[in-house]
Design a protein. Structure first.
Ligand SMILES: Cc1ncc(COP(=O)(O)O)c(C=O)c1O
Ligand SMILES: [Zn+2]
Length: 367
């Protein structure tokens, strides 16, 4: 399975996938990779995300860094007189869907023989990359906002990663990580295209769980877009291989208090505008300047989807409503479900809508 990198700015192709996390021109890389996956290969394979082995860009099985993650339940949950199907990704080993990306990225990095990496995060990606680094035996520095949820900071340190608490905004944290990336490999879940080839397994699992059928609509967070872009890649690969017939519409959710992508969508802009970010309970999707913002917008537009802004005062009630049904999720996940509820009001009676619980409730500061 040949893999190469293509720059989204200058268009150059980089054959050597080893030690580049961005193009020398500064542009973002995407992977050029054609999976050789077919559902008939699945017989007898374990129910985790590595069952889609031919779709995952890691050369040697020996390098796979895995806790047996994935294939999370897809459960039908009622909202008013309609229902949606929700992937239970709060059940991943480190407590969030980020493990989809980390298992593929860390397997790739193990393949390169790297001994040390760094990551920056609002919390969950840091927890996840730290867990998989521990398993891989790779040293890990994690840059986080000083005010991130204490449970996430404790989790990162427990895995043995070196924590750098940065005061200021999430964007200040990213800037500190970029400076450190001059010396240490930047295993960024936003920049590194291998991460997106892990999050794409959301699409593979959903289609398999629906009997190799695409949903009509997926409602996903749109923070740094690891799920929106990952889902777009995954559904596109399945469609190109003739395994599903159509692309689902991708609906992105942001908090109204931090909504650069939905602002661009609503105003029909072809760039991501600067916004004034206000505090929000949904820290995981509070990305004011997402590096792949334009790509996220393109995924929404190309699939005929839309962006939804959720008012801050709807997040806690959505959390409480789900907890009363027995689902214990992060407040960021509750924001996405608040967006799903807005979408469900206008969804068709027969429309097959899929969404996701992205993080576990034990990560919350307090509720
Ligand atoms: C719980 C949770 N949900 C959603 C997101 C946002 O995801 P994305 O980067 O895919 O937009 C995050 C990111 O940190 C998160 O922690
Ligand atoms: Zn370039």
């Amino acid at each position: 399975m040949p893999v190469s990198l293509t720059c989204t700015s200058c268009g150059k192709n980089q054959k050597d996938t080893t030690l580049y996390w961005r193009c020398p021109c500064g542009g973002l890389f995407d992977l050029v990779f054609e999976p050789a996956f077919h559902p008939k290969k699945l017989a007898g394979r374990q129910h985790n995300l590595w069952r889609y082995r031919e779709a995952l860009p890691v050369k040697n099985n020996r390098n796979i860094v895995s806790f047996g993650e994935g294939f999370t339940p897809l459960l039908e949950i009622g909202f008013g007189d309609k229902s949606a199907w929700i992937k239970q990704d709060q059940l991943f080993p480190s407590g969030s869907y980020k493990d989809r990306g980390s298992t593929v990225l860390l397997s790739h990095l193990k393949e390169t023989g790297l001994e040390k990496i760094l990551e920056d995060s609002s919390g969950n990606a840091g927890c996840s990359i730290a867990a998989y680094s521990a398993l891989a035996g790779i040293g890990c520095d994690v840059y986080v906002p000083a005010n991130a949820s204490p449970s996430k900071l404790a989790q990162i340190e427990a895995y043995g990663a070196r924590l750098h608490r940065i005061s200021g905004s999430r964007e200040d944290v990213a800037a500190a990580a970029l400076r450190a990336a001059e010396k240490t490999y930047y295993a960024s879940h936003c920049w590194n295209p291998y991460f997106f080839h892990g999050t794409k397994t959301f699409a593979y699992e959903v289609c398999e769980q629906l009997g190799w059928k695409a949903p009509d609509t997926v409602v996903l967070p749109a923070g740094n877009g690891t799920l929106v872009i990952g889902a777009y890649i995954g559904f596109s690969e399945l469609k190109n291989a003739g395994i599903i017939r159509k692309m689902p519409r991708i609906v992105g959710v942001q908090a109204r208090n931090c909504n650069p992508i939905s602002t661009a969508w609503r105003k029909d802009l072809d760039y991501i505008p600067a916004i004034i970010k206000k505090p929000t309970l949904s820290e995981g999707i509070a990305a004011a300047a997402p590096v792949r913002g334009k790509q996220i917008l393109d995924c929404i537009r190309k699939t005929g989807g839309e962006m939804i802004d959720v008012p801050e005062q709807t997040i806690l009630p959505a959390f409480r409503e789900l907890a009363k049904k027995g689902y214990f999720i992060e407040l960021t996940s509750a924001a996405i479900i608040s967006g799903l509820k807005i979408y469900m009001r206008k969804a068709g009676k027969k429309e097959l809508v899929v969404s996701i619980f992205t993080g576990h409730g034990l990560k919350n500061r307090s509720t």
